[in-house]
Ligand binder design. Sequence first.
Ligand code: PMP
Length: 452
Amino acid sequence: MTLIAGIDPARLEALRSREAARFVAAHPKSAAALARGAGNYLDGVPLHWMKDWPMPHLPVVESAKGARITDIDGHTIHDFCLGDTGSMFGHSPPPVARAIKAQAGRGLTYMLPSEAALEAGRLLTATFGAFEWQIATTATDANRFALRVARAVTGRPKVLVFHGCYHGTVDDAMVCLENGVTVNRPGLLGQVADLTQLAVAAEFNDLASVEAALKAGDVAAILTEPVMTNSCMVLPAPGFHEGLRALATQYGALLIIDETHTISSGHGGYTRVHGLQPDIFVVGKCVAGGIPTSVWGLNAATAARYHKANAARASGHSGMGTTLSANPMQFACLEATLSQVMTPGAYAHMESLAETLQQGLSKAIAQHNLPWHAIRVGARVEFICAPGPLKNGTEAALAHVHAVESAVHVALLNRGCLIAPFHNMMLISPATRAPQVRALIRAFEEVLEALT
Ligand code: PMP
C-alpha cells in the first residue's frame, strides 16, 4: 500500500467522506441560501477563489468579530484564516470600527488629503522606516506600481521573482521555473503574452541562481517576500537576505520587499524585525485593519531617482494609481490601525500564542509519527504534510498534498476551527484567545488520531 503523506489512503477516504457528510448535515440554511442566491454569480461565487474552499459547499456568514465567525446555521467558529491576512488584526478591530463610523458621514472619497492622511504618513514612517509613501488599494496594485518605478529608474525590463512566489495578480510576476528555465505559469487564464520578456525566475535560498539571472544586466528589481508564505512556508537560510541585498546592489537592480504576509513577523514587519534594507517596501491586506488599503514606499535614494525619471517623462498617464485610492476612509482606518491596533503589545500577544500553536501542532505530528512539520513566522503558523524545513519553491510544490490537506481542513472546520484554503495557514490575531488555540490543537490531534 502506498501511503499519502504518511496516511493510509483508505483511512483518508473514510475521513473525507465522513466529514463531508457531517458538514452538509450541519449547514442546511447555508445550502438553502446558496440555492436561492448563488446562481447570479459566475460559477456560483462572487470571487472564483471561493471555489477553492474544500467544503462540499460554502458556509454563509452572518457576522464576524475578533477571531470568531458566525454562520447563518448558527455555528460560531474560531477563525484562524482571518481573510487570509486581511483581518490579521481581528475582524472589525474596535478602533477601526470607530474610525469607520466617524468617517462614514464625512465623505468617503474625494481625491484630497484629510488630516488623518497626514498623521497616517507620519505613522507609516514611524512603523516601517524611512520610506516616501504612496497609498494604493490592493497589494497587487502596490506591487505593480513599485515595479513601474523600478523600471523607470533603472531603464531595465525585467523583474526577478522566486519560483513558487505570489505577489497578487501582477502579470509580470506570473512566471515559474521548468527544468531551470523561466516559463509562463501553466495555470494562467488567457495568457497570450510571453511573460518571460518581462520576468525571470530563480530559486529562493539559492544566491547562485539569483546571480545567474542578474548577470544578464536586464533586471530592474528583485521582488520577494522575506519568507515564502505562498508556497507552504519557506524560511530564508542564514545569510540569504544579506546576499540578496548585496547582489541587487552589485548588479544595479532594486530590491522590493513585499511584506503583505510577513507583516505577521512583528512590529514593522520582517524588514524592521530582521533589519532588511529594501529599496522599495510594500505591504497590503491588513495594514488598515481590513479596509482595502495597501502602501508602498521608496527609500531616499530610490525616491531621488524616481523624481528624476518622473521629471523626464512626457505628460499623461503614469500607469500608477487608481481612482478610489488614498480616500479618507482608508486614512481613517490606516491611522487607527497603526496607532491603536498594530502595536508592539498586540504583536507580543500574537507571537506568544502562535508559538504555543506551533509547539502543539509539532507535538501532535511527532506523537502520530507523521513525516510532517509545523513552521512559523511571527503570528503566522503553517503545518506542512512533508518533512521540513523546506528550502525553496520546488520543494514546497512537492510538499502540497491536496487530498490530505482538504480532508483535514473540513474535519477541522467541523470541530469549530477555520484555517486558510490554498495552504495550511493559521493566523493569530490580537483578539485570539488561548482557549481558541487549545481548541485548534485539540481538533488537529483528533483529526490525526482518525487518520493514523
Ligand atoms: N503579496 C503577497 C505576498 C500576497 O500573499 C498577496 C495575496 N495573497 C498579495 C501580494 C496580493 O494581495 P491582494 O490580493 O490584496 O492584491
